[in-house]
Design a protein around this ligand. Sequence first.
Ligand code: PLZ
Length: 449
Amino acid sequence: MSAATIRRVEPDAGPALLTEIPGPKSRELHARRAAAVARGVNCLVPVYIDSAIGPWVIDVDGNRLLDLGSGIGVTTIGHGNDRVIEAASAQLRRFTHTLFTVTPYEGYIRLAELLAAKTPGDFVKKTFLVNSGAEAVENAVKIARRHTGRRAVAALDHAFHGRTSLTMAMNHSTVPYGVGFGPFAPDVYRVPNSYPYRDGLSGAEAAARTIAYLEKRIGVDDLAAIIAEPIQGEGGFLVPAPGYLPALQAWANERGVVVIADEIQTGLARTGTWFGSEHFGLVPDLVLTAKALAGGLPLAGITGRAEIMDAADPGGLGGTFGGNPVAVAAGIAVLEELGTGHYFAEADRIGQTLRRGLDELALRYPEIGEIRGHGAMQAIELSEPGSRIPLTGLAAEIAGYAAKRGVLLITAGSDGNVIRFLPTLVTTDAQLEFAIELIGEALALHADR
Ligand code: PLZ
């Protein structure tokens, strides 16, 4: 089925399967992949994609699947958004590369202006553009170190910040992200986070615990920055207790420690606001964007207080492809599209629909320990009934069941026991309800066993 045909399907339509999942053509490609692609590159769903539009991906066997992961939160405004396609195509025809640090172009400046306007905080901001989330984290750390003259960086338990040498050392889970890849970057410390479902602490209590670690294990004199995802993504959509993030911020602000918000998964309308920080009253010094920023083209940004961003000397920041003109054109189009406003309401609607359906499911299945999130970033944590012990395996089982029925769901959680929803903001209620029904069926099958 072509993208043009898909555009005409009824808005509330469900998946349309022509073959079993994965189909014969996908299976053939999967065999070729095994021979050609490195084993360390994982594959969650061995379904090979031919085209994508709105909330749909269409595979090489002609199956139309509902994409509730958006490539881990990237195609937030939907696959194949017209404004993004037109902007990127036009730029593709004008020029594809000059290197902003050699001969610059306006788009980079325009995107920097837009990011300064939309990120939290009413102060003068500047931006630096790179290619990936991990690269944004790396550069935020570089800038914070140069600004403070201090060396240590604190990341939170259950954090995920990337796969480069520095960011690998910042992740909670060394398995699988770091195993065998050491030695790890020094001066990176992990400190306790706020995980209300498991620690039962209030925001103030959790912050006091984190601060005690910062003061004792690192020492303020050496601490350049603390980095936090407002809602921890790969860690399982951990929503911190109210007051936790502002308390950390207040502590850091008083001591000249740079506060970095990793908004790579939470940013850009995903949670119903421009940035996840807004739900928690967090005003970071530096905000990191990637994923949804350019609607699928590789682009990431570090945006923050001008005096911090300007700490690096001319030539200290750069990279061949950072702020690529085509990606930047797409980025501007995404921000303009989000500026139309209706996406924020859609994220709220999606959150409410998911909550309603999942709450109902939780009444029937005690394995659903907690439902949490904001807007179109929701998750369920699966625990042994009657306890908070992670139920490993079931999340993958549910995702596998849903995939066979044409719904792509992704898992998360340091223990792999979380199902996360990151739907495109053009997903309808009926489509979400269908997905929840499938989760119910998978849970019923599990209970029967
Ligand atoms: N910070 C909060 O979620 C990327 C990882 C996919 P890159 N998360 C998806 C995988 O298997 O590697 C992520 C994130 C947060 C940083 C990153 C890293 O962003 O663009 O993947 O480098």
